[in-house]
Ligand binder design. Structure first.
Ligand SMILES: Cc1ncc(COP(=O)(O)O)c(C=O)c1O
Length: 371
């Protein structure tokens, strides 16, 4: 049996009539950019997230960079994030003109390590960007405390954890703004690129709205900005999908529990760690080999058996070729956990539309691997 990494077409077929209806509505409206469907989706998404403002933008990278720009950076301002996030988190800092300060992750959750953040703060630090990596919330209480002590902004990179929760906090509750990506493979993804910023902060809202539209909030009036809007067709697709995100998330969590039970006791690997009381939404079901030398052989074995396992992410930001490309960047402290994560990670297929047979097939394949 082949098990693919993504279930995009299965998901489409599951709610085809709802998606097709919204696409047709947009096409018939004659308004495809900054039209009524974008307005509708922004209102729905703001209500869903519990925030006053939701702004649709071109992608999740721009969601971060435009938010940073809306805060107003001065040259040399530092923004702290962790080295094992997806590359775009750091990239967005550079696009916005900031200095990316890379710190380590927690050994078990692989989210940012608050102690590493505390040690990296300087008088030039402007903001912290915790990432809810793999679908689990970063330690927001600890990050908020540091931000309050040092008067810093916090931007949550929530490209991977729609529907996740902390033990006693919601995403968006302990930060200035949250960014997300709607690229195809995200838990809430469209059939292309898209992103959003959501916030209660009126300055960020107004700033991002202008920046995404050539620095314009009124016809013929411009300041510096970009062309980064969420197209109405994508807004329509997302509006249809948003109604199903709860049930899809439950399914992901069910498959994760099946993996947890089926893979328990396999010595060569470490299973994902979900913090007690946190609601992990398993954007990725990321296992790690105890010995980094086992990663590539196990990955090749799974791929050879028709299981499309992948790595997220096998090269940390500071190890990318050419780093830092003349951009302002600094590593603060050891990055040993991030490097171990990169060397040993394997992501197993996980999405709502998997079948029990497919999940069991993956479990059997992992269990049958011999070093
Ligand atoms: C953690 C994280 N941040 C940022 C992004 C960037 O989003 P996009 O690809 O939509 O620009 C992604 C995903 O692609 C991501 O996983």
């Amino acid at each position: 049996m082949n098990v693919s990494f993504y279930g995009h077409t299965r998901q489409y077929h599951g709610i085809k009539s709802e998606i097709d209806a919204n696409i047709a509505k947009v096409l018939e409206s004659g308004q495809y950019v900054m039209g009524p469907m974008l307005k509708q989706f922004e209102a729905e998404f703001a209500a869903y997230t519990g925030k006053k403002h939701a702004i649709g933008v071109g992608n999740g990278t721009d969601a971060i960079s435009l938010t940073i720009m809306a805060l107003g950076l001065r040259p040399g301002d530092e923004i702290i994030t962790h080295a094992n996030t997806f590359f775009a988190t750091a990239e967005a800092i550079w696009i916005a003109g900031g200095k990316a300060v890379l710190v380590d992750c927690d050994e078990r959750t692989r989210c940012i390590d608050p102690q590493a953040v505390a040690a990296a703060i300087t008088p030039r630090t402007k903001a912290i960007i915790p990432v809810h990596l793999y679908g689990q919330c970063a330690p927001m209480r600890e990050i908020r405390k540091l931000a309050d002590q040092h008067r810093l902004f916090v931007i949550e990179d929530n490209a991977q954890a729609i529907e996740a929760r902390g033990d006693d906090f919601r995403i968006g509750e302990l930060s200035d703004a949250v960014t997300t990506s709607f690229i195809i493979q995200k838990n809430l993804g469209t059939f292309g690129d898209g992103g959003a910023v959501y916030t209660d902060n009126a300055t960020i809202d107004a700033g991002v709205r202008k920046l995404r539209n050539h620095g314009s909030s009124a016809r013929d009036h411009h300041s510096f900005g970009f062309n980064s809007r969420l197209d109405d067709i994508h807004a329509g697709i997302l509006s249809a999908k948003l109604k199903h995100i709860g049930e899809w998330t439950e399914k992901r969590r069910q498959w994760a529990a099946r993996y947890d039970a089926g893979l328990k006791g396999v010595d060569a690997i470490v299973l994902p760690y979900a913090r007690p009381g946190y609601r992990h939404v398993y954007h990725l079901y990321e296992i790690e080999t105890r010995d980094a030398a086992d990663r590539n052989p196990l990955l090749a074995y799974l791929n050879g058996k028709g299981i499309d396992a992948k790595t997220h992410y096998s090269i940390p930001i500071h190890k990318q070729e050419g780093y830092p490309w003349g951009k302002d960047a600094e590593i603060r402290g050891s990055l040993a956990n991030a490097e171990k994560n990169a060397a040993s990670c394997i992501s197993l297929p996980i999405y709502a539309e998997l079948t029990a047979e497919e999940v069991d097939c993956v479990i059997d394949a992992v269990r049958s691997w011999k070093r």
